[in-house]
Design a protein around this ligand. Sequence first.
Ligand SMILES: Cc1ncc(COP(=O)(O)O)c(C=O)c1O
Length: 412
Amino acid sequence: MSIDTPTSPLRHQDPEVAAWLDREDRRQRTTLTLIASENHCSAAVRAASASRITDKYAEGYPNRRYYGGCEVADGIEELARQRALQLFAGAEDANVQPHSGTTANLAALVALAGPGGRIVGMALKAGGHLSHGHDRSHTGMLFQARQYGVDGKGLIDLDEVRRVVREHQPKVLIAGGSSYARNIDYAAFAAIAREVGARLLADVAHPAGLMAAGIVPSPVGIADVVTMTTHKTLRGPRGGMILAKKDCAKAIHSAVFPGAQGGPLVQQIAAKAVAFGEALQPDFRAYQQKVKANAAWLAECLVAHGLDIVTGGTDNHIVLVDLRRFDVTGAAVEERALAAGLAVNKNAIPDDPRPPMVTSGLRLGTAAVTTRGFGRDEIAKVADVVVGLVRGNDPERFRPVVHDLCEHFPLP
Ligand SMILES: Cc1ncc(COP(=O)(O)O)c(C=O)c1O
């Protein structure tokens, strides 16, 4: 029983934790989440995640466990796997156990590159992710990593990728990022990887939901391995997943367990199964179409008000704002936005002169507000608020608009 219900045992047994969780519930209800990596999952997903199967140890894989009493865990994991394979048509194998996107990447890199192997990924400051070989991440410490950047417009330059790959001769080339708003040419990445005998790892943590719905090009069937998180556009519980071609599957499974993790979080796997079931419904495609249309419209509104967008627009749910023209930092706008009731995050823009905790950019995403039911009118209002905040208007002025939107578009 989750905190959602007034009779929740948590409320009686531990009012202190319950009070914190109530506060988070209020925060989400009264805040518009424009953080591109977040979403609002369904009550059914949350119910599965809070279920009794959290008690169960199930080290191993279905029908090959190190503990007794795993028949339910087996059924759940197999269901999640089958739904994942149905959702990402063309995928040959799926591992639904990774606790997170980072664990999924670490396991995939060990499986494909081996300890100390050479890898190439997109630099964090160009829009990549820490787990693609950044020197503060284990992926940068345990592998010999090199990174590629983006061009002056913020776009991936395939010639530059090829140059770095030829020079470094990696075993794994990684495509994908955390703040890259454009489609990626996975076939071109695969061709570059092939030139040096490398494997292609596509990390689709961000656009996974759009890909499942067939809204943006997918690397499934092209990349050797595809990693993702389940909690961003895919709108599931927190967690990771790996899709693999048959010839990589065995190595991936043993890199996840026992390589990178112990017992799987079966309650999260159950919640992933629920989310995949939801994503297989026809209305999920309509939702993802709206996510993408809302992002394109948001970018258009911001540009019309004089803001600069990195790459000039978006192909997915992400809009990366370049704030340099306004002489304001990402950190300052993030703080103002919170005061107005908007959750956004500061984000480095390509070649950002400012440090990561300050930045010159703002990353916005439309997955969560689209879950609330936002369309063009509401996005236009949000754009007005963002522009006002960037221009330095008092955040308090925007509170009523945000409050009104939250009231009329409740959380699921
Ligand atoms: C591209 C990419 N990969 C991996 C991750 C890591 O996911 P997690 O936070 O679940 O470890 C993220 C998270 O934002 C991401 O954007």
